[in-house]
Ligand binder design. Structure first.
Ligand code: UD1
Ligand code: CA
Length: 460
C-alpha cells in the first residue's frame, strides 16, 4: 500500500524562547526536522513526503531541499489540524496510507515507523496512533481508551479535566490514517478555546462516524520525545549522541568515556580507530582505520586517512590529512589545508589553505597560510608566512627538501627552491634558487671587553 507522509513543521516553538524556528534547532548534529525526514524515508520515497512549513519557511525549505521532499505552506499557524489541511493539495490521495509526523520528534526510528505502517495496513481501523506511557505526562495530549482498548479521544493538556490529567497514556503525535478517511473528515475539526484546529480531535471524530482508531503502544518512550524546550533539546541530543557512539563501537571503533564525546550523525569512523575523551567530530568528518584522536580534539568536516594520529587539543576544519601523518597537540588546520602522508605538524602550528608535502615537518610554533610546501621540507620553529599585505593574500612556494631555519619571516609572494637553506632569523623577500643558502638578517657584531670598559668609565 502506498504511503504518503506529511510532516508538520510550521510552528515557531514559543517554548524554545528563540528567534529561530524550533524545527531548525539541532540535536545529534542535524536539525530536528531533518531527523524526522530521515526517519520518514524508511516508509516513503522523498517525493511522497510533504513538509508543512510556515515560520521561517524559506530557511526550513532550504535546509530540507537537498533531501528532495515536497513542501506545503501554512501561512498562519492555526493548529496541527489546520497544518495538515494545508497539505491537502500536495498529499491527498484516494487510496493508500497517510502518515502524519511532527517536525519536533527527532528520535523516531525507522523500525517503529515501519511497524506503525504495517499495523495500520493489516487492520480494519481508520487510523493507528503511537502511544506510550510516561511517568510525567505533562504537556502531552492524553489518550482516552474505550472498553475495547481502542482510542476514544485525545484531550490536550490545556483542555483536560483533572481526572484526564491523571492519565499517563499519551499521544506521541505520530499517526497513520487510511488516507481517504483522513481527508474526508479533516474538515470537521472545530476550533478549540484558543481558536486552533487540533489534529488530535480526529480521534473523536472518526469514532463518531463509527470508525475504529487503534493504538500502537511503544514501550521505549525515549523514541517519542517531543522537543518543546531547550531542556528537552539537550535530552534529545544526549540520546542521539549515545546512539551514534554505540553504533560506532559496535562497528569496531574504540571510544574512551563515550559519554564525553560529541559525534554528529553523518560522521564516519573506520575500525580500530581510538577516540579519546572529550573529542568533538562534526559535519561530514570521515576518519580512516587505526587512527588515534587525542583528548579534546575538534574535527569539523575533516577527512583523515588511515593511521593518522591527532594529538590532544587539535582543531581541524574543512581540511584533509593523509595516511600516517601526525598532527598536534594544539595544532590548527583550516580552510582546505592538506597534510601529506607521514608529515608532522606539531604544537602551535597553524595551516590555512596550505598544501603540506609528504614527510614534511613543522614541529613547533608556525603560521603557514596560502602556501605550497614540498615533500620533506623542514619548517623551523617560529616560521611565519607573511601572506597578507593588508589588501591581498599571496602565495608562498617552498620546494621539496628545503630547510627553513627557525624564526624565518617569509614575505609572500615568494618562491624558495628545492633543497635550499634559509638561515635562522631571516626575513626573506626575494626568490631563493635551488640548493642555495639565503640569509636575510644583520650580521652579528661582537665588541670584546665592552662591559668591563663601561664599568670602569662609570667609576671614574
Ligand atoms: C502535540 C499534540 C499532543 C502530543 C504532542 C506530542 C496537538 C494539538 N497536540 O502537542 O497531543 O502529545 O504533540 O509531541 O496536535 N505545527 C504546525 N502548525 C501549527 C501548529 C503546530 O505546523 O499551526 C507543528 C509544529 O511546528 C510542531 C508540531 O506541529 O512541529 C507539533 O506542534 P506543537 O505545538 O509542538 O504541539 P504540542 O503542544 O507539543
Ligand atoms: Ca511538541
Amino acid at each position: 500500500m502506498k504511503t504518503t507522509v506529511v510532516i508538520l513543521a510550521a510552528g515557531l516553538g514559543t517554548r524554545m524562547r528563540s528567534k529561530r524556528a524550533k524545527v531548525l534547532h539541532r540535536a545529534g548534529g542535524l536539525s530536528l526536522v531533518e531527523q524526522v525526514v530521515q526517519a520518514a524515508r524508511a516508509v516513503a520515497p522523498a517525493d511522497n513526503i510533504v513538509v508543512v512549513t510556515g515560520h521561517q519557511a524559506d530557511a526550513v525549505e532550504e535546509t530540507l531541499a537537498p533531501l528532495g521532499v515536497r513542501f506545503a505552506r501554512q501561512v498562519e499557524q492555526k493548529g496541527t489540524g489546520h497544518a495538515l489541511l494545508c497539505a491537502r493539495k500536495e498529499a491527498a490521495r484516494k487510496n493508500g496510507l497517510l502518515m502524519v509526523l511532527y517536525g519536533d520528534t527527532p528520535l523516531l526510528s525507522a523500525v517503529t515507523l515501519k511497524e506503525l505502517r504495517d499495523q495500520q495496513a493489516e487492520s480494519d481501523a481508520a487510523a493507528t496512533l503511537i502511544t506510550t506511557t510516561l511517568a510525567d505526562p505533562t504537556g502531552y495530549g492524553r489518550v482516552l481508551l474505550n472498553e475495547r482498548g481502542d482510542v476514544r479521544a485525545i484531550v490536550e493538556q490545556k483542555a483536560a479535566r483533572p481526572e484526564e490529567l491523571a492519565v499517563r497514556l499519551i499521544n506521541s503525535g505520530i499517526y497513520c490514517f487510511r488516507s481517504e478517511l483522513a481527508w474526508k473528515h479533516l474538515g470537521e475539526i472545530e476550533p478549540s478555546a484558543s481558536g486552533e484546529l487540533y489534529l488530535t480531535d480526529m480521534a473523536a471524530i472518526l469514532n463518531q462516524h463509527g470508525k475504529r482508531v487503534q493504538q500502537f503502544h511503544v514501550d521505549d518512550s525515549s523514541e517519542l520525545l517531543g522537543i518543546n524546550t531547550r531542556v528537552e533539546l539537550a535530552d534529545a541530543d544526549r540520546i542521539l549522541r549515545g546512539r551514534k557512539t554505540r553504533e560506532l563501537m559496535m562497528a569496531g571503533v574504540t571510544i574512551e568515556r563515550p559519554e564525553t564525546v560529541t559525534i554528529d550523525a553523518q560522521v564516519r569512523v573506520g575500525p580500530d580507530t581510538i577516540i579519546e575523551p572529550f573529542v568533538r567530530l562534526t559535519g561530514n568528518t570521515a576518519i580512516g582505520e587505526e587512527c588515534r584522536i587525542g583528548q579534546g580534539a575538534v574535527l569539523e568536516s575533516a577527512a583523515l586517512a588511515d593511521r593518522v594520529h591527532v594529538a590532544p587539543y587539535t582543531l581541524i576544519s574543512d581540511s584533509r590529512v593523509d595516511p600516517d601523518a601526525h598532527v598536534g597537540p594544539f595544532a590548527r588546520l583550516r580552510m582546505n589545508a592538506q597534510v601529506g602522508p607521514e608529515a608532522r605538524i606539531g604544537n602551535f602550528v597553524e595551516l590555512k589553505k596550505t598544501r603540506f608535502g609528504a614527510g614534511a615537518k613543522a614541529q613547533h610554533l608556525a603560521y603557514l597560510g596560502d602556501a605550497e610546501i614540498g615533500a620533506k621540507v623542514n619548517i623551523g620553529a617560529g616560521t611565519i608566512t607573511c601572506n597578507y599585505d593588508g589588501e591581498k593574500k599571496h602565495v608562498t612556494k617552498i620546494s621539496a627538501g628545503a630547510f627553513i631555519g627557525s624564526n624565518s619571516t617569509l614575505v609572500a609572494p615568494l618562491e624558495i627552491g628545492e633543497g635550499s637553506y634559509i638561515a635562522a632569523g631571516s626575513v626573506i623577500t626575494d626568490e631563493v634558487p635551488d640548493h642555495a643558502l639565503a640569509l636575510g638578517r644583520e650580521r652579528q657584531i661582537v665588541k670584546p671587553g665592552w662591559v668591563t670598559k663601561r664599568k670602569k668609565k662609570r667609576k671614574s
